[in-house]
Design a protein. Structure first.
Ligand code: UD1
Ligand code: F6R
Length: 365
């Protein structure tokens, strides 16, 4: 079942042009998005006072990646909850809320308990899952299947990118009644079908990421700085590295750098900075300059052709990725980091598909 691949994680990373195609299949029309599972509920969602994403791990990160675009198109405040934290706090959930539960398996215990809690509080409960017939799919009022195909590797890869695309399509459907954002929506709808080819392009970095993994395999730690659309990319890249390569790694909001993390910077600690083109680009350029000034060991991810603009006069390794529309860029940017985590794991001699202490579906609290 692994075909030409050594591991399921590797197969699933390389499958993403296909899984993203199946996620979008039948859902894009001329200048509109049709999500069969949501269309009867869009009015209620548009009238809700708040949209709350609830999930764990990678599924939470996927929602975080798509949040800026949903806020932009819906004009509704969008908040984020890790399922266990919502339960620990017994945080307020209201009838006027739309609670969106994101779960690849649809069986994660904390996510399902948060669903029970939100149903009891009268919120509209929407599911986003890869598993038809799962508890999440059955117990939510409505939802969307991400249709990424079965994911076997414990580390979630193709489900992450499909979740981002589904939530982006959800934002397009919710915002469809607004004239003021029509050209923005059309631009993204026209860009979505080009995404699988761009993913194929970025997968060509495989050899380069293997090389980078070899140079990092002895390190104790790896930091990843992102912001804006790619704050989630930093968190998710670091999660992949820690869970499969068993290397300490932290994803951080670049805007928080001066509030603590900067103290860690020296000549030895490797730091990945995500600096692809979007509204935050110049802020990331200045972050890179400040890290250079402290002799940080930098690896910069930038858009193709931008190497000189992100690393003027400094020495850093560069990961050049194809540029896509800003809100879709997280789908591209996570892929080199998935490849890096994969190759780090193989180089360090750990089990890729069954990381120590982890289970694919966390059905206990
Ligand atoms: C559906 C069919 C698909 C078919 C298409 C044709 C299923 C599972 N999907 O896809 O095979 O090709 O119509 O028009 O039969 N739901 C939840 N919670 C969730 C996820 C989904 O309640 O977490 C509900 C949805 O609200 C919907 C149903 O499950 O009523 C199917 O969802 P989805 O597969 O996303 O719908 P379509 O894309 O329309
Ligand atoms: C990381 C990973 C986990 C899951 C988390 C939620 O690669 O797989 O962090 O994302 O356990 O699982 P689901 O999405 O099934 O609810």
């Amino acid at each position: 079942k692994k075909g030409n691949y050594d591991h399921f994680m590797q197969k699933e990373i390389h499958e993403q042009p296909h899984s993203l195609t199946t996620t979008m299949r039948g859902r894009l029309r001329d200048n509109s998005v049709v999500l069969g599972g949501l269309k009867d509920h869009l009015k209620t969602i548009r009238h809700s006072r708040r949209i709350i994403f609830i999930g764990c791990g990678t599924s939470y990160n996927a929602a975080l990646a798509a949040r800026p675009f949903l806020e932009e198109l819906s004009g509704i405040p969008v908040s984020m909850e890790l399922a266990s934290d919502l339960l620990d706090r017994q945080g307020p959930i209201y009838r006027e809320d739309t609670a969106v539960f994101v779960s690849q398996s649809g069986e994660t215990a904390d996510t399902l308990l948060a669903l029970e809690y939100s149903l009891a509080n009268g919120a509209l409960c929407v599911g986003i899952t890869n598993t038809v017939g799962s508890t999440l799919a059955r117990k939510t009022h409505c939802g969307v299947h991400i249709n990424a195909g079965c994911e076997i590797g414990v580390a979630s890869t193709k489900a992450y990118t499909s979740q981002i695309v589904v939530i982006t399509m959800m934002a397009l459907a919710i915002g469809a009644d607004k004239l003021s954002t029509q050209s923005r929506r059309e631009d993204i709808i026209n860009n979505l079908p080009t995404l699988p080819d761009k993913v194929s392009d970025v997968l060509k970095l495989d050899v380069q990421m293997k090389d980078l993994a070899r140079s990092l395999m002895q390190m104790q730690s790896l930091l990843v700085f992102g912001r804006g659309y790619n704050y989630a990319t930093a968190l998710e890249g670091a999660l992949k590295v820690k869970e499969v390569a068993l290397m300490h790694s932290e994803g951080m909001l670049a805007g928080e750098m001066k509030h603590g993390p900067l103290a860690l910077v020296d000549e030895t600690l490797p730091i990945i900075v995500i600096a692809t083109r979007d509204a935050c680009f110049s802020k990331q350029q200045s972050v890179i300059q400040q890290l250079h000034a402290r002799k940080g060991r930098l690896i910069v991810m930038c858009s193709v052709g931008d190497a000189a603009s992100v690393c003027a006069g400094g020495s850093c390794r560069i990961i050049e990725v194809p540029q896509v529309a800003d809100c879709l860029q997280p789908v591209i940017n996570i892929i080199p980091l998935q490849l890096l985590a994969y190759h780090l794991t193989v180089s360090r001699g750990y089990d890729v598909d069954q990381p120590r202490n982890l289970a694919k579906s966390v059905t206990t609290q």
